[in-house]
Ligand binder design. Structure first.
Ligand code: SF4
Length: 750
């Protein structure tokens, strides 16, 4: 326990801002966390340089509200929970795992984890599920957030791993932000870029987004494309780059494969046709291509607007194509840079936290990778299954068919965040046995559990997290856990020991787990063998690759200056990947990918004529499990809302601030109208943060569908077809009641 003054990481988004937490009073009886703890940005943290947004600044106000304090148990969902001891709860879980494994085999067991885990939680969960229980049915909510980026990097470069760093925000000539409302969702990244952009008039900022977001408002060029036309746009830019001769022929020839196939595809994307398909002017399209072609260093940033798509991997790879054809990678200020949503989605990828992965950026499909991990874990060869396990949505469909008999959900809230919520809820009601391990009580998922396990969270447990620029930060515990809450990793390890895997789970601290984990990254692309809890405590955050030999932490200033003068010069350090232009494919060449756009999985039609797009807003975090409990943030956004263009509103008789009912083929929801030109006619926008705990019938995901990218299995949460109509609610219903506990705690009828 570290008292009084702690350096840590913000537990919200993947920007990964450094925080300093100061104990301001030890006054007995002081209940307010805002009084007891003061949070400020850590000026020494290289990622955020002392900056922090409203979520980071207020995080302590949520940590001791509405906590799950004791294990609870019930036999069926229509019974009330009973408080039980840890012994009883763990005995019940172990008994159930053994019974299901015996009767249905390991494939009937599933765990659904979270980018809120620290890496040590992720690693221990992998070892339990993939190693000891012999099922790859571990997936995380990161599946809904960035699995298309993982698949795109892996297919184009031979390995996952964002190649850039935040310093590139301040070294670029042209930043292309596509499918990311960075100003609201990754505010400190945006602050860094915006400051630099304002100071350097030659720097171009292009934003591609169907909405005129705060990000788009700052752009030199806003391309408000029709939803689903990203590949058309990117192929159209590529067409112009070829036509105008803005290619890096040496780079293409020496460091890539398959350019010819790609060139064959982009010849079908002349600017007139692309502009018409995307709903933008040909002049704007040509300006975007010219900005890219004329820049020495181009950086592209993206997040869920690209990833959450039924062609998410194709979009990622098509964006990477532009970097490969112009040699815009492996040098300062240039490269394709995915922004992760959750604070430790990156750590999850490193620890094997998706159903096709193993620790150290390994694949379950690769026999050598499986053997390396089995050996490290002291397990027999063949113990790890050879096929990827169930993805998040496949766990839901497995409950529907009865193939899944045991579901363990930890640190996430699928009853708000999954697509097609009515179907999700119905599947969860069918689950024979659901364990829900969570810090808060209630959440919307609480009502679907048979066992509740209280988990510690940020501030109460020690562990590491990796942010979007591959920087690992130690997050130490600085206060005691409430009630009987335990660390997630400690719960997984205890279940492992009770199942007989005592050697595999002989950890006593998170530092022990971390030390074992980093050995599995040795000589892998994400080599962290030079990182330990002790070193992080001594030296502060470290970027990988960080092998335990010849590691140089900082770029030398003269090397950086040289690289800016001569962008082809090679800097070998941990800040950027691929500085030697050697990729992780067998021939060390990056791969072009040739895709035609397939468009939306569910395009609008006569019956459902509008495209609904979903997203995030500045103050809230995911399903409000934390931010909904912070008064200041709740007051910023009293109601869930829908953005609608004035022309559409007029044609439907919808007035500003009136209620709107939205229907898709799957469900219905209602929102307060914001009539605005920020959204294009034909498209409407709804934030995804509201679940049944915070408002009645205002769940964006009641409307969305589960159609997913075939490569990444990431669902298309960003777009579905809807119809709209005004709805007249009486005044009593118009006011949203905070904390609809009865929606989330009471028993369910089955
Ligand atoms: S930008 Fe993200 S990591 Fe930084 S303070 Fe805000 S929520 Fe936290």
């Amino acid at each position: 326990m570290t008292p009084l003054h702690t350096k840590t990481l913000c537990p919200y988004c993947g920007v990964g801002c450094g925080l300093e937490v100061l104990q301001t009073t030890s006054r007995p009886g002081s209940n307010s966390d805002a009084e007891r703890w003061q949070v400020r940005g850590d000026r020494a943290h290289p990622s955020s340089q002392g900056m922090v947004c409203v979520k980071g600044a207020t995080v302590v106000e949520s940590i001791n509200r509405d906590r799950l304090l004791y294990p609870m148990l019930r036999d069926s969902l229509n019974e009330p929970f009973q408080q039980v001891s840890w012994e009883t709860a763990l005995d019940r879980i172990v008994e159930q795992i053994k019974a299901v494994r015996h009767s249905h085999g390991p494939d009937a067991l599933c765990m659904y984890g979270s980018g809120q885990f620290v890496t040590e939680d992720y690693y221990t969960a992998q070892k339990l599920m993939k190693g000891c229980l012999g099922t790859n049915n571990f997936d995380a909510n990161s599946r809904l957030c960035m699995s298309s980026a993982v698949a795109g990097y892996t297919q184009s470069f031979g390995s996952d791993g964002p190649p850039c760093c935040y310093e590139d925000l301040e070294l670029t000539d042209c930043a292309v932000l596509i499918g990311t409302n960075t100003a609201e969702c990754h505010p400190i990244v945006f602050n860094r870029l915006r400051k630099y952009h304002k100071k350097h008039p030659h720097v171009k900022l292009i934003v591609v987004d169907p909405r005129r977001t705060d990000t788009a408002a700052a752009a030199d060029l806003h391309l408000a494309i029709r939803p689903g036309t990203d590949i058309d746009l990117l192929n159209g830019i590529a067409h112009l780059l070829v036509r105008w001769g803005y290619l890096d022929a040496d780079f293409i020839q020496q460091h890539t494969q398959d350019f010819d196939r790609y060139e064959d595809v982009i010849r079908y994307y002349p600017p007139e046709a692309v502009a018409a398909r995307c709903g933008i002017t040909q002049t704007d399209l040509e300006t975007a291509a010219r900005y890219w072609g004329e820049s020495q260093r181009v950086l592209s940033l993206w997040s869920m607007g690209i990833n959450q798509s039924s062609e998410g991997t194709a979009k990622v790879r098509t964006l990477i194509n532009l970097h490969l054809m112009t040699g815009m990678i492996g040098k300062p200020g240039a490269g394709p840079f995915s922004l992760t949503g959750q604070p430790n989605a990156m750590g999850g990828r490193e620890a094997g936290g998706l159903s096709g992965l193993l620790p150290g950026y390994r694949s379950v499909k690769n026999p050598q990778h499986r053997a390396e991990v089995e050996q490290a874990w002291g397990l027999p060869i063949g113990q790890i299954a050879a096929e990827p396990g169930r993805t998040a949505w496949e766990m839901i469909s497995g409950l529907e068919t009865g193939a899944v008999q045991f579901l363990w959900i930890a640190a996430t809230n699928p009853v708000v965040s999954m697509p097609d919520l009515e179907r999700t809820k119905a599947a969860l009601r069918r689950s024979p046995f659901t364990v829900y391990q969570e810090a808060y009580y209630p959440t919307e998922t609480t009502a679907y559990a048979h066992v509740l396990l209280p988990a510690t969270q940020w501030s109460e447990k020690t562990g590491t997290m990796t942010n979007s620029e591959r920087r690992v930060t130690l997050c130490p515990a600085f206060q005691l856990a409430p009630g009987e809450a335990r660390e997630d990793w400690a719960i997984f390890a205890e279940v492992g020991r009770r199942l007989g895997f005592t050697d595999q789970f002989a950890f006593s601290t998170a530092a022990d787990i971390h030390a074992e984990f980093v050995q599995l990254t040795r000589d892998r692309p994400c080599d962290m063998s030079g990182i330990s809890h002790d070193r992080l405590r001594r030296e502060g955050p470290l970027q990988w690759p960080c092998p335990d030999k010849n590691f140089e932490l900082e770029i030398r200033t003269d090397e950086l200056a040289d690289s800016i003068q001569n962008p082809k010069s090679k800097i070998q350090n941990s800040s950027r990947l691929y500085t030697d232009f050697r990729f992780h494919t067998p021939d060390q060449r990056a791969r072009f990918a040739a895709y035609h756009s397939r468009g939306l999985a569910e395009p609008p039609d006569e019956q459902y004529p509008y495209i609904l797009t979903t997203g995030r807003i500045y103050g809230h975090w995911h399903t409000q499990t934390r931010t909904g409990r912070i008064d200041k943030i709740r007051q910023m956004y009293p109601n869930p809302f829908i953005e609608i263009h004035p022309r559409d509103a007029a044609s439907l008789g919808i007035e500003d601030d009136a209620w709107v009912e939205v229907r898709s083929r799957r469900g219905t929801a209602r929102f307060v109208a914001r009539v605005t030109r920020a959204i294009a006619s034909g498209t409407v926008f709804v934030p995804m943060h509201w679940g049944g705990l915070w408002a009645d019938q205002s769940e964006a995901n009641a409307l969305t569908h589960p159609e997913a990218c075939p490569d990444s299995a990431q669902p298309e949460l960003k777009a579905c077809a809807v119809q709209l109509s005004p709805v007249h609610l009486d005044n009593a219903v118009r006011t949203i009641q905070p904390m609809r506990r009865e929606n989330c705690v009471s028993s369910l009828s089955t």
